[in-house]
Write a protein that binds this ligand. Structure first.
Ligand SMILES: N[C@@H](CCC(=O)N[C@@H](CS)C(=O)NCC(=O)O)C(=O)O
Length: 213
């Protein structure tokens, strides 16, 4: 069987989300390191929003990280990345949605401004947007996640799930952009992110995604 392909540059939080899920499930794949910006027509034919990641497995083309994770969960259910119970399962899907919207827009946005924008678009970072996120949206996110996590090890159902993968992926970009979680103000979130990033399916990916010096 030919190996499935994940199209997408490893530094994308959405591509990382898929890679961690694949590592957890022990699925082998190829990666094209496709850049979404100025992607060729051949790629846009597969991913009409011209976003990454996109999954390709023979005739099956799936352009969206949440759709890909849903497919992986049905196709390779063991080990599971969603709780079996309907309530916790839906709750995990909510955290995936929150991570892919609010969390990525706020945390990975800083990486986009400081790293991608100068490198790809030859533009300066929008410091006003960064400041607004650091003083508004990001503290709100950390407060909300602190409330949701409580004293649990994982975000949902007492076990590692795709909620933990999705919620912590953008933190890799946030850290590379030079930011950190204030561990005095949000000790639970600082410890949670470190704990999830240290898991065997996640740690090599975090290490491999650090910029080369
Ligand atoms: N909902 C999509 C979002 C993917 C996404 O926004 N990826 C970014 C890279 S981190 C991208 O491709 N951006 C290119 C663009 O917006 O033109 C998913 O979960 O896969």
């Amino acid at each position: 069987m030919t190996r499935p392909i994940v199209h997408g540059d490893n530094i994308s939080p959405y591509v990382r989300k898929v890679r961690v899920a694949l590592a957890f499930k022990g699925i082998e794949y190829e990666n094209t390191q496709q850049n979404p910006f100025g992607a060729p027509a051949e790629y846009r034919a597969k991913s009409p929003l011209s976003k990454i990641p996109c999954w390709e497995e023979g005739d099956l083309i799936l352009p969206d990280s949440s759709v890909i994770l849903s497919y992986l969960e049905h196709r390779w259910p063991d080990p599971a990345l969603l709780p079996a119970e309907p309530g916790p399962r839906a709750r995990a899907l909510w955290f995936e949605e929150y991570a892919d919207t609010k969390v990525a827009e706020s945390l990975a946005m800083i990486f986009f401004q400081r790293v991608v924008r100068p490198a790809v678009f030859k533009q300066d970072a929008d410091e006003a947007s960064i400041e607004k996120a650091l003083t508004g949206a990001i503290p709100d996110i950390f407060d909300y996640l602190t409330d949701c996590l409580g004293d649990q090890e994982f975000m949902v159902g007492g076990a590692f799930s795709l909620a933990d993968i999705a919620l912590t992926s953008s933190f890799v970009n946030f850290f590379i952009a030079g930011e950190k979680v204030d561990a005095e103000r949000w000790p639970e979130i600082a410890a949670y992110v470190d704990r999830i990033h240290a898991l065997p399916c996640y740690a090599p990916i975090v290490a491999g995604d650090q910029p080369r010096r």
